[in-house]
Design a protein around this ligand. Structure first.
Ligand code: DGL
Length: 264
């Protein structure tokens, strides 16, 4: 048994879906979540900057004696996971491999679509991860950065959001894509809206798959905590009204306060 916490980080509050999924699957684990809201969004930043941010956050989480780190942010996973893995000895995992694995299990027509931020798509990380599992699958990627801003605005069901979804996804539909990875922490919020526009799509949400991966690693490495109910600590680098609004959207109703923490 090991009561050390698991560290989880994201560019903002969207990664709380991952935190929630891990808490639901592993209710005995202590979790420390950091959302880098002061430096949000990550999706338009360069790989060098994303690696610097990820190293700073990792150093903080290590100072809190975490036994494992989960990069809940797709953009940060794409840019920084290989380097963080090389530089550290504890298990560090990111959402991209989990998303690729889940999509490959559910592939239709031998095509997988991926929507994410500009940085995630430019990195080609989903394509690499999918081809490592199923080299024959055709991967159609599309950056969909504007959807992040529409969600932050609270425009979940608006006409403008549906039109933007069409603009980004129609070419995938034309190619008979059925499986689409929601490759950005914010996009699960649009699941119902995307399904209204394109009911035929099977939308892959990475949070459940990554929670399963965390469980597997803890069991395999004998790191699981089995006794007390787990405690969740939430930190963000800036506390704003938008952050509170998004917390209610992504963490629905759980009454865990968010503390301000400056990193870097
Ligand atoms: N956490 C980011 C991601 O999953 C959300 C968007 C951003 O920071 O630009 O890619």
């Amino acid at each position: 048994m090991n009561s050390q916490p698991i560290g989880i980080f994201d560019s903002g509050i969207g990664g709380l879906t991952v935190c929630k999924a891990i808490h639901e699957m592993l209710p005995h684990e202590n979790l420390i979540y950091f959302g880098d809201t002061a430096r949000f969004p990550y999706g338009t930043r360069s790989p060098e900057t994303l690696i610097r941010y990820a190293r700073q956050i990792t150093a903080y989480l290590l100072s809190r004696n975490v036994k494992m780190i989960v990069i809940a942010c797709n953009t940060s996973s794409a840019a920084a996971l290989p380097i963080l893995e090389q530089e550290n000895t504890i298990p560090i995992i990111g959402v991209i491999n989990a998303g690729a694995r889940a999509a490959c299990k559910r592939v239709h027509n031998n095509i997988i679509g991926v929507i994410g931020t500009r940085a995630t798509v430019k990195s080609g990380s989903y394509q690499k991860a999918i081809h490592a599992i199923s080299p024959e699958v055709k991967v159609i990627q599309q950056q969909a950065t504007l959807l992040v801003s529409l969600i932050e605005e609270g425009w979940i069901n608006e006409e403008v959001t549906k039109l933007t979804i069409t603009k980004y996804l129609q070419h995938m539909i034309d190619e008979k894509t059925k499986t689409v990875i929601l490759g950005c922490t914010h996009f699960p919020i649009l699941k119902a809206t995307i399904s209204k526009v394109y009911p035929q799509l099977d939308l892959v949400d990475t949070s459940e798959e990554i929670a399963r991966e965390v469980k597997e690693i803890l069991v395999k490495k004998n790191l699981a905590n089995n006794s007390l109910p787990g405690k969740i600590e939430l930190y963000a680098s800036d506390i704003t009204d938008t952050m509170h609004y998004l917390k209610s959207l992504f963490f629905n109703g759980d009454d865990v306060p968010v503390e301000k923490l400056t990193i870097g």
